[in-house]
Design a protein around this ligand. Structure first.
Ligand SMILES: Cc1ncc(COP(=O)(O)O)c(C=O)c1O
Length: 378
């Protein structure tokens, strides 16, 4: 049995006709840049996320970059974020000329530890120059939004929620993106709401920030060919927007399926007595985890050998992430060293992402878990 880590072809089969008809209409209309589908997707996603404004941009990395830019964060400023995330969460800070301060994650879901964030806000020697926090709802698990809100109010700092992996997720019935001055998501094909190419979106409840991002995405021009400032070319493609609108109708159903798949994995791990050797994320029914990734942690044994073993059995896996951002060559100048973020560093060696996508079958899941059991010889 061949089980890929992610497979978009199964979903395509189910919506092929609708997608092709929609694309045909777009190509016949000739409106392929910032057309009606981008505008409608922005409105629909603002409604879905319960935010006032949504602005489509070229990808999630640009969404982060433009969010930092819109807050005028730059040279001399500091921004707190996690070292256990995709690169773009930190590069959006340095690309704007500011400096990241990394804070280690917590053990269970690997989200940034907000108690440690508060320590930094209280005690860091440059604490007055800290302008923002960029928390990541990692793997689709929402951070504690109440605590985030408390930090924002108490310390008067901006929040940019990196929800690239977490669209549709909640915290105690509170929507993700409800605390961020700005929040972002990514439509990279593997994401829970994934396009057929790159795409991203910025969300905010603040009208002037929304206008600023909208302007920055078209070369700083609020009016065509009249440039108030130097901006960028970062637009969401009309074709991607049209496909995303078709998929958005199914997003809640996809999330339900992911939660069910996570639940099945948990049950199989118990049934095959693997809980002695691995930890797995606890399942939430309330969408506080939307399982963009299902990531296990090895309590014992060699993660890379397990991965090799599963690859030989034609089971796709991935490592998110093999290095902490503080260990990346390009961030050496920040002066961090090995041992600074022990939970992150341990996670880079012990975690493994298993296949998860809405169309994954229960037979495939059982095969994966049985293969893990074989590896451990239990
Ligand atoms: C946490 C996080 N932030 C930002 C991004 C960047 O998104 P994109 O790939 O659309 O640029 C990603 C996507 O991979 C991500 O996982």
């Amino acid at each position: 049995m061949n089980v890929p880590l992610f497979d978009m072809t199964r979903q395509y089969e189910a919506m092929r006709e609708e997608i092709l008809n929609t694309l045909d209409n777009i190509f016949k209309s000739g409106k392929v840049i910032l057309g009606p589908n981008v505008k409608s997707l922005e409105e629909e996603l603002a409604e879905y996320t319960n935010t006032k404004y949504a602005i489509g941009v070229a990808n999630g990395s640009d969404a982060l970059f433009l969010a930092v830019k819109a807050l005028n964060i730059g040279k001399g400023d500091y921004v707190i974020t996690t070292p256990y995330t995709f690169f773009a969460t930190a590069s959006c800070i340095t690309r704007n000329g500011a400096r990241p301060i990394f804070v280690d994650v917590e053990e269970k879901y690997y989200n940034m530890d907000l108690d440690k964030v508060e320590e930094i806000l209280k005690n860091h020697p440059e604490k007055d120059r800290i302008k923002a926090i960029i928390p990541v709802h990692l793997f689709g698990k929402t951070l504690n939004l109440d605590k985030l809100h408390y930090l924002k109010e108490k310390y008067g700092i901006y929040i940019i929620e990196d929800g690239a992996q977490s669209i549709g997720s909640k915290w105690n019935n509170k929507n993700g993106f409800s605390v961020g001055d700005l929040s972002i998501t990514s439509f990279f094909p593997t994401k829970n709401l994934g396009g057929y190419g790159d795409g991203g979106m910025v969300f905010t409840n603040n009208e002037s920030l929304a206008n600023r991002v909208r302007k920055l995405r078209i070369h700083g021009a609020a009016k065509k060919y009249y440039h108030d400032e130097v901006g960028f070319n970062s637009r969401l493609d009309e074709v991607q927007a049209a496909i995303l609108r078709i998929k958005l109708k199914h997003l809640d159903e996809y999330i339900e399926k992911r939660i069910n798949i996570a639940k099945n994995y948990d049950e199989f791990f118990k049934k095959y007595e693997l809980t002695k050797v691995i930890d797995y994320p606890e399942v939430f029914e309330d969408k506080s985890h939307v399982y963009h990734q299902y990531v296990i942690t090895l309590k014992t044994g060699n993660r890379d050998e397990l991965r090799k073993f599963l690859t030989e059995k034609e089971i796709g896996t991935s490592i998110y992430y093999p290095k902490g951002l503080h260990q990346q060559k390009c961030f050496e100048y920040l002066g961090y060293k090995e041992g600074d973020f022990p939970i992150t560093e341990k996670a880079t060696k012990t975690t493994l992402a298993l296949p998860i996508f809405p169309e994954l079958t229960i037979e495939e899941q059982e095969f994966i878990v049985k293969s893990i059991k074989n590896f451990f010889n239990i």
